[in-house]
Design a protein around this ligand. Structure first.
Ligand SMILES: [Zn+2]
Length: 343
């Protein structure tokens, strides 16, 4: 194991072992839990593979993604570690031809940037991103500030000679391979809706987040009462879009997110209006967005600053509940003192 990866040994943890037990120890091309003796093999760039006994939902997700590219990933193992000539860069996707995918990536980046700017990062933080894009674009500003960065996903797409820019740990978001309260910031973009168990996921995210640490839940679709009402006329978006059936595509209501986050121990710092739609509505050019006629109408009011302010404050939650506008939330884990004062 490279010296740079050694600090990961203190962070790793199997969930059922006690919080105060000793750190993982390196063995031959693997790391081992001293309490229960579970062994997680090391892959390229010292990526840790904790998916040795994957849960059913993980196997489904992996097989679904494999089925979208059947010739590329003949076996599950070939999917976990994907060596490529060039990892696809987020900048390239945004710079690409104008299409729905480009809009999507641009939109996720705008929302991330909005949330990142609220955090006031000092550089001493330990940061985890779950379900990151191939080149970890949302870890980049943290890394450039000097933060210690971790990335957990179901696969690792890498170049043989290019360091990935984060300590990679393949793992299940519903059963994170980390000790309690290890991270100052946890980022999950377009990821939480892939969990089959939202209450369990939020409890798990709270478990690995430090008291007063932040959780960014970004770019998740939500369920809306009328979201799929026009699907059969070709106006809406099918649940999960064009993804393979095995991929876990769920939609949870924003009410469920809010309630479950609070139950798990988070306070909602901010739930914000998608930045991309804000820009679209300000410009009045709403071509290509869902519910375009409605958006056109809203944009008339949106361009009047005081009306926009009122709508941003009051219309986000109803829009999420009715048409499933995406979720973007900055959550902060309550610390013990706050919890005691509340009770
Ligand atoms: Zn253990």
């Amino acid at each position: 194991m490279e010296p740079s990866s050694r600090s990961a040994l203190d962070v790793l943890g199997c969930r059922d072992c006690p919080k105060d037990r000793a750190a993982f120890v390196p063995t031959e091309a693997a790391v081992r839990c001293p309490a229960c003796s579970v062994v997680w093999p090391l892959g390229p760039h010292d990526a840790v593979n904790s998916l040795t006994q994957p849960a059913e939902s993980v196997v489904r997700e992996i097989d679904g993604m494999r089925s979208e590219n059947p010739s590329r990933y003949p076996t599950r193992d070939s999917f976990l570690f994907q060596c490529v000539e060039r990892v696809s860069r987020f900048e390239d996707r945004i710079a690409g031809e104008a299409n729905a995918a480009k809009n999507y990536y641009e939109s996720t980046a705008l929302n991330f940037r909005y949330a990142y700017d609220k955090l006031k990062i000092t550089g001493s933080e330990r940061v985890l991103e779950i379900g990151a894009e191939h080149d970890f674009p949302f870890l980049k500003p943290f890394r450039e500030n000097g933060c210690d960065c971790y990335a957990t996903n179901l696969f690792f797409c890498y170049e043989a000679t290019r360091p990935p820019g984060a300590q990679v740990v393949l793992g299940d978001m519903n059963r994170l391979p980390y000790r309690n309260e290890m991270f100052d910031v946890v980022v999950a973009s377009a990821t939480s809706h892939h969990s089959p168990d939202l209450p369990g996921l939020l409890a798990e995210l709270a478990r690995v987040t430090r008291p007063s640490g932040y959780l960014l839940l970004l770019n998740d679709p939500t369920s809306g009462a009328f979201k799929h009402a026009l699907d059969r006329f070709g106006f809406g978006t099918q649940l999960g879009g064009s993804r393979h059936d095995l991929v876990n595509e769920n939609e949870y209501s924003v009410a469920a997110y809010r309630r479950l986050a609070k139950t798990a121990g988070f306070a909602i710092t901010e739930s914000f209006f998608p930045v991309y739609y804000d820009q679209k509505l300000r410009s009045g050019n709403v071509r290509g967005v869902r519910f375009a006629p409605l958006a056109k109408l809203v944009s008339l009011a949106w361009r009047i600053a005081p009306l926009r302010w009122i709508l941003q404050k009051t219309a986000l939650y109803p829009a999420q509940m009715l048409i499933g506008l995406e979720l973007n939330m900055i959550l902060r884990k309550r610390n013990m003192m706050e919890a005691i004062q509340r009770n």
